[in-house]
Design a protein around this ligand. Structure first.
Ligand code: HEM
Length: 404
């Protein structure tokens, strides 16, 4: 977590990948943690059942529970932290399998596909506002990249329109990691979701929350209210920050690679593949939840002992030349590459991003419409001046000034 690594994660993790592919390091205020940087090893950490997400299930690992310590430092009381620190992503089979099965019954491919026309309409309305601000400069993060996914996820889940501005504030407070505002925002969100569950139970609609309430498996198993609150929180948090920064990062990538942008302008059929390559090349999520070795594991020439924490470094795996020839080159016509299902920007294995299809759809609709609508779209600052936030685990811009 050195300033050098935060300033240049591609170069820094790239050096690790070539010189010390599985290496012990410090992770934020926690640690020590094994950093795993090669594509094959990253996939092993994410899919091999010898690595688990819940430290409480491994003797000796609980002391390494960085999230628990983080919640304490942020002043989040225990009755609230369980919603954030004990969600779907913190569970292992069979609990994880059960949760994922129940949520997948209502968060379906069909539901995402049905949402497409709404994503297009929300995008078009935001672009109208941008056009009104022409010629700019405007901050694309604030005016477009952020409002789009938060509106979409609220609509999907069923957060009433009137409550969305305050949800946006709460969402920001949660990702701010600021102990002065985070606990109150979390409490307000939890209370609000409980209240919403009550209202939807009394009068169901066709939103995801009503679906979650209705869902049960063939044995009659259902999600508890606490599980639903945690799920909704996870969906809203995981579903907007990430997608917003995919849109921001990908816009910069295209504007600084006019040859690739030209290909897309000439042949719109390239868009789905382009979004996949943009996720590989400038995906917003660099690190994932820590995993813990459930038993001693040999990996990359070292022995990871039972109970030790492991960090899979997605950004490095996606640039591993063993999988991606000429990995530094942005090539929107690149075949998916990687093993089977391609890059690991959305993770891999049982915890593979639940919202990947939605994120891809939003990314494609947003970028395609933005590029079509504003043929003169340009960065309003020199690319070297862009304000990349130096935060561990994420690639994101504080602001993105453009002219339209
Ligand atoms: C999991 C990335 C958008 C919901 C993940 C993981 C990654 C990821 C890397 C795996 C984490 C791990 O294994 O520790 C992204 C990126 C996105 C995005 C880069 C946007 C570009 C979304 C959206 C939603 C969402 C739109 C919801 C609608 C989730 C959930 C999980 C998850 C619920 C946990 C799944 C589980 O534990 O089974 N995401 N995500 N994500 N994501 Fe996303």
């Amino acid at each position: 977590m050195s300033p050098e690594l935060l300033a240049d994660p591609y170069g820094g993790y790239g050096k690790l990948r070539e010189q010390a592919p599985v290496v012990r390091g410090q992770f934020m205020e926690g640690g020590p943690v094994w950093f795993v940087t090669r594509y094959d090893d990253v996939r092993t950490v994410l899919a091999d059942p010898r690595f688990v997400n819940d430290p409480a299930s491994v003797p000796g690992a609980a002391a390494q529970d960085i999230r628990k310590r983080l919640m304490e430092r942020l002043g989040v009381p225990a009755e609230l932290s369980r919603y954030l620190a004990r969600g779907i992503i913190d569970t292992d089979p069979p609990d994880h399998t059960r949760l994922r099965k129940l949520v997948s019954r209502t968060f379906t491919v069909r539901r995402v596909a049905d949402l497409r026309s709404r994503v297009e309409a929300i995008t078009a309305a935001l672009l109208d506002d941008l056009a009104a601000a022409a010629p700019g400069p405007v901050d694309l993060i604030e005016t477009f990249a952020y409002p789009l996914p938060i509106t979409v996820i609220c609509e999907l889940v069923g957060i009433p329109e009137a409550d969305r501005p305050v949800w946006r504030e709460w969402g920001r407070a949660l990702v701010s990691m600021n102990p002065e505002i985070l606990p109150d925002a979390l409490r307000a969100m939890v209370d609000h979701i409980h209240d919403l569950i009550g209202r939807r139970r009394a009068a169901p609609t066709d939103d995801l929350l009503s679906g979650l309430i209705r869902t049960h498996d063939e044995d009659g198993d259902r999600l508890s209210d606490g599980e639903m609150v945690s799920l909704v929180l996870t969906l809203v948090l995981a579903g907007h920050e990430t997608t917003a920064h995919l849109i921001g990062n990908a816009t910069v990538a295209l504007l600084t690679h006019p040859d690739q942008l030209g290909l897309l302008r000439r042949d719109p059929a390239l868009w789905p593949g382009a979004v996949n390559e943009l996720m590989r090349w400038c995906g917003p999520v660099h690190l994932v939840r820590l995993r813990y070795a459930a038993t001693d594991v040999e990996l990359g020439g070292v022995t990871i002992r039972a109970g030790e924490a492991v960090q899979a470094v997605l950004v490095s795996a996606n640039f591993d030349p063993r999988e991606y020839p000429d990995p530094d080159r942005l090539d929107i016509t690149r075949r998916p590459g990687g093993r089977g299902d391609g890059h690991v920007g959305f993770g891999h294995g049982a915890h593979y991003c639940l919202g990947a299809a939605l994120a891809r759809q939003e990314g494609e609709v947003a970028l395609h419409a933005l590029i079509d609508r504003f043929p003169d779209l340009a960065l309003a600052v020199d690319p070297a001046e862009l304000a990349w936030q130096q935060v561990p685990g994420a690639r994101r811009l504080a602001e993105l000034p453009v002219t339209v």
